[in-house]
Design a protein around this ligand. Structure first.
Ligand SMILES: Cc1ncc(COP(=O)(O)O)c(C=O)c1O
Length: 379
């Protein structure tokens, strides 16, 4: 039998998205390529695991009541407006499965997190990319975006703060956009996976607005905030009907028993860990920015979140070559080529502890001293 003839046509052309954090391939490296809490997980994490481990002999709570209650209490959002997932990435796929059909038109800014286009390609939706301009530090030009949204569009995906650019848009701008979309019956998928790392997140997060906007679905991730990418827990907040249909369609037992119990405890008991991280990030962000800017070759964009997006083509090498070179110092950064042009000229790395950041800066400085001298002062 020719299996290929049995496969859905969308799957035949599907390629996997690229991600940072692939330490399994490189062994003993310092991972700057995944943007997680620089303090690592809270010290209580191991204890939470030990307490949870006996419960593994039971199926997970399919309704995830305890975890949803923890989220509900933390953000003062009703339980029936919350869905949890095995990482927020599961909810990206689920959203597309529930709301999109083959041929539906969606708008996705570019560059952004690749999982949105991956889930849309999986369904066979028609993607209209909305380019973010380098001249505008990759911020969204909402006037231009407004012009693109007519009733033929089914959904718009936004990432705030955006990955890989580390730029955040204000809540006011996002909400104006959500309201315009609502008038045209367009869904808005809003990814706030990095919002915990922005200063004054309340000025930027739309999490309290889902009640008033029927068309809005927001995802959040415990991965970044509590430095637990291996556990796989994320959640979504949306209008009641959005959550109801997503709940109906999700996989049974989608978040395992340990993840549910540990995540509930982290949310209930460890939010101060996140506050400490935000305090630690700010001076390091400014120090790294100033250091790189002074080189005049590295061109950092001032980050709003906990990671840097830096133009490196002044070195005469591209993103892939830069990653390879940094690996000589056992430092793993993100090759940004897969985000599409002009990201092959950029690198992305997380802000970590001062000692680790020193090592990164040292390696970047050594690379600088080895680059060819520019011709006619062109750099
Ligand atoms: C912007 C953004 N959203 C969502 C995710 C998914 O994170 P997780 O599935 O670990 O919650 C990532 C992971 O890199 C991300 O960068």
């Amino acid at each position: 039998m020719d299996i290929k003839r049995k496969v859905r046509r969308e799957i035949l052309s599907l390629t996997r998205p690229q991600h940072g954090g692939d330490i399994w391939q490189y062994g003993n490296v310092e991972d700057f390529s995944s943007n997680i809490n620089p303090l690592g997980p809270p010290v209580e994490l191991k204890q939470f695991f030990l307490e949870a481990v006996d419960k593994i002999q039971h199926y997970p709570d399919d309704s995830a009541v305890r975890l949803k209650k923890a989220i509900s209490n933390r953000f003062d959002i009703p339980v029936d407006q919350i869905i949890v997932g095995g990482g927020s990435v599961e909810l990206i796929r689920l959203f597309s499965e529930v709301f999109l059909e083959r041929g539906n038109k969606v708008i996705i800014p570019q560059p952004t997190f690749e999982e949105y286009s991956f889930s849309c390609r999986f369904i066979g939706a028609r993607i209209i990319y909305f380019p973010l301009s380098e001249d505008n530090s990759f911020k969204i030009n909402f006037e231009e975006l407004f012009e693109k949204i007519d009733r033929s569009i089914k959904a718009v995906f936004l990432c705030n703060p955006n990955n890989p650019t580390s730029k955040v848009e204000t809540k006011k701008k996002i909400l104006e956009f959500v309201e315009e979309c609502e008038k045209r019956e367009i869904l808005v998928f809003l990814d706030e996976a990095f919002i915990d790392f922005v200063e004054s997140p309340n000025n930027f997060s739309c999490i309290q607005e889902v009640e008033n906007h029927n068309n809005l679905f927001i995802i959040r991730s415990l991965t970044k905030s509590f430095a637990i990418p291996g556990l796989r827990v994320g959640y979504g907040i949306g209008s009641k009907p959005i959550i109801r249909y997503m709940e109906n369609a999700r996989l049974s037992w989608n978040v395992n028993t340990i993840a549910q119990l540990v995540a509930s405890k982290l949310i209930n008991e460890c939010y101060d860990h996140l506050e400490k991280a935000i305090k630690a990030i700010k001076p390091e962000k400014n120090r790294i920015f100033d250091t790189l800017q002074k080189t005049k070759i590295y061109k950092p964009i001032y980050p709003d979140a906990n990671f840097f997006f830096v133009r490196i083509d002044g070195l005469g090498i591209n993103s892939q070559e830069f990653k390879k070179t940094m690996l000589k110092w056992k430092i793993l950064v993100r090759d940004c080529t897969s985000f599409g042009p002009p990201c092959e000229k950029y690198t992305r790395f997380a802000i970590k502890t001062p000692e680790k950041n020193d090592k990164l800066i040292e390696a970047m400085n050594i690379i600088l001293t080895h680059i060819k001298k520019p011709k006619n002062g062109e750099m």
